[in-house]
Design a protein around this ligand. Structure first.
Ligand code: BG6
Length: 525
C-alpha cells in the first residue's frame, strides 16, 4: 500500500473542496502551434462575424494563434481585402467586451477571395491565392478549412476542395490539412452517413473536427476530472448507489432569429443529438485507459452502443414534447413560438423535450437518465443532477419520525459553475433533528489565469490537432441511430399535434414532464 504523501496545506475557502495552494492555472497553450492558414467558407455570413472572427481575434490577443498565421475569407460576395477587414472590424466591435487595440496587427492577417460555391473554376483560383499567401507569409502549407456555410452546401464545398487538391496532407501528415464542421451533422442517420461519405472523399477521419461547443465548456471538461481524478466518486458511481440521473439544458431565450433552421430541426436535433448526448456520455462512460482523444472517444462510443433502443410505440413512456406559448420571461412579455418571425403559425416543431434514456450495461442497469432541454423556460440553467439512493436502513426513524433525504450531487455547468453535494447533518441544538445542508465548490474559486470561451477553445484544439473535444463519425451514427425512432415517433405519428404539449413561456415546460420525471422542475431550480 502506498504511503499518503505530505501535501501543502489547503487554502481555506467557503464550502468544499478547499483549493490547494494558489491554483493560478496553466498558461493558454502547452507547447507551440504550427504556422498555418485558415480558410473560412461563408466569410460574409452571420457565423463568421458573430463567432468565428471574434474568437480568432480573442485568441490572437491571448497569444493563442500560431505565428505566422493567415486567414482567408471566401464567399460569393465581392469584397476587397480591405472591405472585408472593415466588415470584420465592425463585427468584432459589435461583439462587446473585446478591446480593439490589437486590431490592426490582427487585421494584417485577414484576406478575402470571392468564391462561387458550385463552380470548380473558382476553387482553382482559391488554391492559387492560398498558395500565394502561404508562400508570402511562410505558413508552411498547414491549413484549416472552416465551413461557416449553410449545411446544405457542406458536401459540395468539401468535395470541390478535395478535387482542387487542397485537402491532401503531405507525407507523414506534414503539412497537415484539417476541416472544421459545424452542426448539424445531418438530420437523421441516413443523411449523416451521406455527409460523411462526401467528407471522406476529400478528408480522412483524423482530419475532421466536428465542433460541439458544449464539450469545450470548462465545467463540461471538469466532469471527467471530477469522476476520475477523485477516488471517492467512482466506487459509488453506479446502480448500487445512484437512483437516477437528470441532465438539464434549459434556456430562457426563444428561437431568436433562427426560425428558418429551427423549424426544420426542433429541440431533438438542435440539442439532443449533440450536446445532450455528449453530456450523457461524460456522466455515464467508463474510464478510458489514458487521457487522449481516441481512448476517450472509444469509451463514448462504447457507451452510445449501450443505450437501449426505443420501441416504435408508446412514445409517452419515454418522451414528452412541448412548444412554448406566449408568456413572460424576466418580467417582460414574450411571443408564442408560432408567432415568432419566420415560424409557421401551425408549426408542430417541439421547443421542449424530456427523454428518458436507459443504459444497458453492468454499471447502469435499471438507472434512468432523464435528459431535459427547452427554450423559453424560466431561466438558463445547464446542470447534471446525480440523485443517490436513500439510506438502506434508517435507525433514526423511530426517534425522529422524519424522512431522510437522499444525497444529491449537482454539477453546475452554466451559468452557475458550482458543484454541490447535499448531505444530512444534525440540526444544532438540544433536540435531535436532521437538516439537509449543501457543500458548495465554486469552479472558479481562486483561479486567476486566462479563460477561453468554448468556441475559442475548440478552434485552438483544432490547430493543435487534438480531436478530444470533437465528434467522431461512429458516435454520430450511433446517436442518430438511437434518435431516429424518437424523431419518427415525434414527426410521423398520426396524433403528432396531440403529442406536443403547450407550455407558457417563462415556466418550466409542460405539466406532463412532471409525470415522467417526479423531480421536475425542482431539479432545475
Ligand atoms: C446551440 C443551439 O447549439 O446551442 C442553440 O443551436 C442553443 O439553439 C445553444 O441556444 C445553447 O448553447 P449555450 O452555450 O448558450 O448553452
Amino acid at each position: 500500500m502506498s504511503q499518503p504523501r505530505a501535501e501543502p496545506a489547503p487554502a481555506v475557502v467557503q464550502g468544499f473542496p478547499e483549493p490547494v495552494g494558489d491554483a493560478p492555472g496553466p498558461g493558454l497553450i502547452e507547447g507551440s502551434l504550427d504556422p498555418a492558414a485558415m480558410v473560412i467558407f461563408g466569410a460574409s455570413g452571420d457565423l463568421t462575424g458573430r463567432k468565428l472572427v471574434p474568437a480568432l481575434y480573442s485568441l490572437f490577443c491571448h497569444g493563442g494563434l500560431p505565428e505566422p498565421f493567415v486567414i482567408l475569407g471566401c464567399a460569393r460576395s465581392r469584397f476587397s481585402d480591405d472591405a472585408w477587414r472593415q466588415k470584420m472590424r465592425r463585427a468584432v466591435a459589435g461583439h462587446g467586451g473585446l478591446d480593439l487595440t490589437a486590431w490592426d496587427r490582427f487585421a494584417a492577417r485577414l484576406f478575402y477571395q470571392p468564391l462561387v460555391y458550385d463552380q470548380p473554376g473558382t476553387y482553382r483560383e482559391l488554391r492559387r491565392r492560398l498558395q500565394e499567401l502561404e508562400d508570402g507569409h511562410g505558413t508552411g502549407g498547414n491549413r484549416v478549412f472552416n465551413l461557416a456555410i449553410p449545411p446544405g452546401l457542406y458536401s459540395e464545398v468539401v468535395s470541390l476542395v478535395g478535387r482542387a487538391g487542397m485537402s491532401a496532407e503531405g507525407p507523414g501528415g506534414s503539412p497537415w490539412r484539417r476541416l472544421v464542421v459545424e452542426k448539424p451533422f445531418g438530420r437523421d442517420l441516413a443523411s449523416a452517413r451521406e455527409l460523411s461519405k462526401a467528407i471522406a472523399a476529400g478528408f480522412q477521419e483524423h482530419q475532421v473536427f466536428r465542433i460541439d461547443h458544449y464539450l469545450a465548456k470548462e465545467t463540461v471538461q471538469n466532469v471527467l476530472i471530477l469522476r476520475f481524478a477523485n477516488a471517492i466518486f467512482e466506487p459509488i458511481w453506479n446502480r448500487n448507489y445512484i437512483d437516477q440521473v437528470t441532465i438539464i439544458a434549459a434556456e430562457s431565450l426563444g428561437v431568436e432569429h433562427r426560425a428558418g433552421y429551427y423549424e426544420q430541426a426542433g429541440v431533438l436535433r438542435d440539442m439532443f443529438q449533440n450536446h445532450m448526448m455528449q453530456l450523457l456520455a461524460l456522466a455515464a462512460m467508463e474510464p478510458p485507459p489514458r487521457y487522449g482523444a481516441e481512448p476517450v472517444r472509444d469509451e463514448k462510443t462504447k457507451l452510445f452502443r449501450s443505450l437501449r433502443p426505443y420501441p416504435a410505440t408508446n412514445a409517452g413512456d419515454y418522451l414528452v414534447l412541448g412548444q412554448y406559448t406566449a408568456g413572460q420571461v424576466d418580467g417582460r412579455p414574450v411571443a408564442a413560438y408560432r408567432d415568432e418571425p419566420g415560424v409557421d403559425p401551425a408549426s408542430l416543431t417541439p421547443t421542449f423535450a424530456l427523454l428518458k434514456v436507459m443504459v444497458d450495461n453492468w454499471r447502469w442497469q435499471g438507472v434512468p437518465f432523464f435528459l431535459v432541454s427547452g427554450k423559453r423556460l424560466a431561466r438558463k440553467v445547464t446542470r447534471m443532477l446525480i440523485q443517490f439512493k436513500e439510506v438502506p436502513h434508517c435507525f433514526f426513524r423511530q426517534v425522529l419520525g422524519e424522512h431522510i433525504t437522499a444525497n444529491r450531487l449537482v454539477l453546475g455547468i452554466q451559468p452557475d459553475e458550482t458543484t454541490s453535494l447535499t448531505i444530512q447533518t444534525k440540526s444544532p441544538g438540544a433536540r435531535l433533528g436532521l437538516r439537509s445542508v449543501k457543500m458548495v465548490f465554486d469552479y472558479n474559486a481562486d483561479y486567476r489565469g486566462p479563460l477561453l470561451g468554448a468556441y475559442e477553445k475548440a478552434l485552438l484544439n483544432c490547430m493543435q490537432g487534438d480531436q478530444m473535444l470533437f465528434w467522431r463519425q461512429d458516435g454520430l451514427e450511433l446517436t442518430w441511430g438511437l434518435l431516429d425512432p424518437v424523431l419518427h415517433a415525434c414527426e410521423r405519428c398520426q396524433d403528432r399535434d396531440q403529442q406536443l404539449q403547450p407550455y407558457a413561456a417563462g415556466g418550466w415546460g409542460p405539466e406532463a414532464a412532471r409525470r415522467l420525471l417526479s423531480l421536475w422542475p425542482e431539479a432545475a431550480k
